[in-house]
Design a protein around this ligand. Structure first.
Ligand code: FE2
Ligand code: FE2
Length: 505
């Protein structure tokens, strides 16, 4: 078994097989390993005169970068791929694949016009030479065509869903692309895709009962191969949740969203996970908006503990995605930060940096929410992380702040941004060495819980007393001085000992 990019790169005579193996690895959920192979393969193939493989590999690398929301990086690989593809015949499917993939990136960026142009170009180029198509993309041409026209259906529906200025004519456009896709759908996989989009279109047309009927029919269709159905399930439950929300049935929406999250854990295809998580976050945000009107962040955060089912559902899902995270991590950090926050309130020097308990607790609970957007294969990697992977892992801070910002939780987002910062500048993502008191309390609580838990590096969990001693001793330079003072007070008064979540982790 070859297990490193370098080893794959030593296979100059077998570029195609290397590419296909990476594709399989990707489909099995390890995009980190697949990406390593593609990154080694692309320049090597180009040097060896295999521009087709180099072009395909750049399309795949760009897809990975898009999944990481690293759009500049993705565009750079599209540019590189297009330059490499110049030596290929104009109608070569590698060019079509590259341009088609660029369309999906434009779609993620809400650049609807550019996305449509790319999808149409991809379809057109693909149609020019159907012979060649057979050999690539792991799909037969009769599968590929409805799959690609489905992308145009998806684009129309996605735009109707997310773009407030979308023209209503898009409904008709979606319907005609759906017709086109239906004609070519001859396999169970594409038929299921078309049926899922039919249900989605019914929802867009406001035919909610019809949308539910079609979705349930598809979910209970035992004639479909199990793997086809499994792949569609999270998507379909997400649709049921959105319909329920439209009908004003919030608890049903939450129930269906829960099913979607449960199922995401069993089949980890990055694109589906990304879309489902994005839409569920939007559902939960709208739920709060409908309940509280133009809600105040503080009011919603104040209710998390009582009716925070939806938040806990997302936090729990995020924590199960990362096998190195002990379940209940967010709640443990919230419990510790409450104790430290109370201790800090008694310190005279803390008066200038007033800490609002509600924000601190909310931020502690949600601090790692950005890991929802970090690839499962990266979170669970057993081998040491390469520098680029380390950088991507660290992005969970920025991505988490962005999720919270989108939900209207901007104060919470500011605190979450600080949870890995250190007073001596050794933290991330900024490494500036400046911490607010609330951010400092959060960072210290997180570090303490981390020390008391088994971790990625298989460091055994420390007893609470030893973890506290480390924070106050060897680790002290990294923390906010007032937060350390609060820790000392909480440890002395025995308040910390009452945090059960710190033990047996
Ligand atoms: Fe954490
Ligand atoms: Fe974190």
């Amino acid at each position: 078994m070859l297990d490193s990019a370098e080893e794959w790169g030593r296979l100059p005579s077998d570029f195609e097989n290397a590419f296909r193996c990476a594709e399989l690895i990707y489909l099995n959920g390890d995009e980190c390993a697949a990406e390593e192979i593609w990154r080694a393969l692309a320049p090597a193939a180009q040097r060896a005169g295999r521009s087709d493989v180099a072009t395909y590999a750049s399309a795949r690398i760009a897809r990975c970068a898009s999944d990481w929301e690293e759009y500049d990086e993705a565009m750079e690989w599209y540019r590189r791929g297009l330059a490499w593809s110049r030596s290929l015949p104009h109608s070569h499917p590698a060019r079509a694949a590259l341009v088609f993939q660029r369309g999906t990136t434009h779609q993620m960026l809400d650049e609807w016009g550019k996305a449509e142009k790319d999808f149409l170009k991809g379809l057109h180029w693909e149609g020019m030479d159907p012979e060649l198509t057979v050999h690539w993309d792991g799909m037969e041409p009769e599968v590929l065509r409805p799959y690609r026209s489905n992308a145009l259906v998806d684009l129309c529906l996605d735009r109707l869903h997310r773009d407030p200025s979308a023209p209503s004519s898009l409904v008709g456009e979606a319907a005609s692309w759906l017709d086109y896709a239906r004609q070519g759908a001859t396999t169970p996989r594409t038929q299921a895709l078309v049926r899922a989009n039919e249900a989605e279109l019914a929802w867009q047309l406001g035919e909610l009962r019809e949308a539910v009927r079609r979705t349930r029919e598809l979910l209970s269709d035992t004639s479909l191969p199990a793997d086809v159905l499994d792949r569609n399930k999270p998507w379909l439950y997400r649709l049921l949740a959105m319909v329920a929300l439209e009908q004003g049935d919030l608890s049903e929406a939450q129930l269906q969203a829960g099913y979607a999250l449960d199922l995401l854990g069993t089949w980890r295809y990055p694109y589906v996970e990304r879309v489902v998580v994005r839409d569920l976050l939007a559902i939960f945000t709208r739920k709060h908006q409908s309940r509280y009107g133009r809600y105040r962040e503080e009011a919603v955060l104040g209710t998390l503990a009582e009716e925070g089912g939806w938040v806990f559902a997302l936090v729990d899902y995020m924590e199960t995605r990362d096998v190195y995270l002990v379940p209940g991590h967010g709640r443990a950090v919230a419990a510790v930060s409450t104790v430290l926050g109370e201790a800090a309130a008694a310190i005279p020097t803390a008066r200038n940096g007033k800490v609002d308990r509600v924000y601190l607790q909310g931020a502690a609970l949600l601090h790692d929410i950005g890991k929802l957007k970090i690839a499962w294969s990266l979170l669970n990697r057993t081998r040491p992380l390469a520098p680029i992977q380390e950088r991507r892992f660290q992005r969970h801070v920025v991505l988490g702040a962005r999720i919270l910002e989108d939900m209207g939780f901007s104060m919470t987002a500011r605190l979450v941004e600080e949870h890995h910062e250190r007073a001596d500048g050794s933290g991330f993502p900024c490494g500036l060495g400046e911490l607010s008191l609330a951010g400092g309390l959060l960072a210290l609580s997180e570090a303490l819980v981390d020390r008391c838990s088994r971790t990625k590096h298989r460091r055994p969990p420390l007893p609470v007393e030893d973890a506290v001693a480390w924070c106050l001793g060897d680790g002290a330079a990294g923390f906010h001085p007032v937060a350390l003072e609060a820790l000392e007070l909480a440890a002395e008064s025995g308040a910390l000992a009452s945090v059960g979540a710190l033990r047996n982790r």
